[in-house]
Design a protein around this ligand. Structure first.
Ligand code: DX5
Ligand code: ZN
Length: 232
């Protein structure tokens, strides 16, 4: 993976929920590219987190690209509110709806980027069916629901399979990814990412790294972000 194509997206889930505005500024000042915001409904995953009101509050505190990852059933029903709240990309789960295509196209119609997420167990052949209908593929490297879990190694194979399919079919981003610095179709990984697992993911074809625990527990967030950019 080329250095200029690497995107670092700290997951605010690992931050201090009493000070979301300060945490957003800290992410911005640490040299990250995006802010990753995890929304969970207590049904699709066994945890509850933030909602559109918190996304709006984060949006007021920063100009950064808001990468919103929704782990909810019926994602279609939340798009409008998340767009109003300031989401720049909405990524929902393939496993959470029977209306995958409708939901992707509605997100795009709202002038927001559409991401499609896949749980570790979901077959790689499902992933490649949607490459030309979305703006990002998120390959979960843990089972969604909680921060601080262990990276699931077999997902590396799925990353390779997906990047090979993107290259073979010459799929390019519809509009340049995120902060415009990257020109490749993004494969995002999320869960258990640190400098060691990031290296494995980048080597095999991922370029967009979501990290929570590793960055927020580090003595210095800027240094930890640098370690991810320099891990190759
Ligand atoms: C898990 C979330 C992740 C989580 C990652 O379901 O989607 O974004 O915050 O946290 P770490 O980096 O701690 O695994
Ligand atoms: Zn996430």
């Amino acid at each position: 993976m080329k250095k200029e194509d690497i995107i670092i997206a700290p997951s605010i889930l690992a931050g201090d929920f009493g000070h979301l505005a300060d945490e957003s500024k800290r992410i911005e000042q640490s040299g990250a590219d995006h802010i990753h915001i995890d929304i969970m409904d207590g049904h699709f995953v066994p945890n509850l987190t933030l909602g559109p009101k918190a996304v709006a509050a984060i949006n007021r505190s920063t100009d950064m690209f808001l990468d919103v990852h929704i782990m909810v059933y019926n994602p279609y029903d939340y798009i409008e509110r998340l767009v109003e709240a300031g989401a720049d990309r909405i990524t929902f789960h393939f496993e959470a709806t029977e209306e995958v295509e409708e939901t992707l196209s509605y997100i795009r119609k709202c002038n927001v980027k559409a991401g499609l997420a896949f749980c570790p167990e979901t077959s790689e052949t499902m992933v490649t069916s949607y490459l030309d209908k979305c703006d990002l593929i998120l390959l979960m490297t843990v089972n969604p629901g909680f921060g601080g879990q262990k990276f699931i190694e077999p997902v590396l194979q799925k990353i390779k399979f997906t990047r090979d399919a993107i290259n073979k079919r010459k799929i390019t981003p519809r509009i340049p990814s995120g902060n415009n610095k990257s020109s490749i179709f993004p494969i995002q990984v999320d869960g258990g990412i640190d400098a060691e697992t990031a290296k494995k993911c980048l080597e095999i074809g991922a370029n967009d790294l979501v990290t929570g625990t590793y960055l927020f527990k580090a003595p210095s967030m800027p240094e930890a972000i640098k370690s991810l950019r320099d891990c190759l």
